[in-house]
Write a protein that binds this ligand. Structure first.
Ligand code: ZN
Ligand code: ZN
Length: 138
């Protein structure tokens, strides 16, 4: 399979016939010319990182980048739009995915409340079916 240096994939909401995107997942191989501040920090903190994964377009406060240690597995899971496979690699990567439903949902369908402890701390709430969900990766 083709192993691109950078991949940007929209994960659709899987709630009934919802037309929205749950989130955008972007996987970048280390060594890209374009490196943003988040990625720069990741590569300094994790010298062995093969790349980064970035989630955008879900909820406020959930735009974040993480290090990728297995670039091939990550790019394959993302290009297959397989949130379960990404969740299996790292549970924190797909905050828009409910493992008990095995579905991704957009922000509109989650019942999530941001909790603050001086600054944003975490989200807690449930998926549309009622499974408890906490998003905490700061
Ligand atoms: Zn669920
Ligand atoms: Zn939706």
């Amino acid at each position: 399979m083709d192993d691109p240096a950078r991949l940007r994939i929209a994960f659709p909401c899987q709630h009934e016939s919802c037309p929205h995107t749950a989130a955008i997942v972007e996987v970048s191989r280390r060594g890209q010319l374009y490196v943003d501040d988040d990625q720069d920090i990741i590569f300094r903190v994790f010298p062995d990182a093969q790349g980064t994964i970035r989630i955008t377009g879900f909820l406020p406060y959930t735009n974040f980048s993480s290090q990728v240690t297995d670039f091939t597995a990550t790019i394959q899971a993302a290009s297959a739009i397989d949130a379960a496979a990404l969740h299996a690699i790292d549970q924190s990567w797909v905050p828009f995915y409910c493992p008990r439903c095995d579905r991704s949902f957009c922000a509109e369908h989650w019942q999530l409340t941001p909790r603050f402890n001086w600054a944003f701390d975490h989200y807690s709430g449930t998926c549309p079916i009622g499974h408890p969900h906490v998003i905490n990766h700061c």
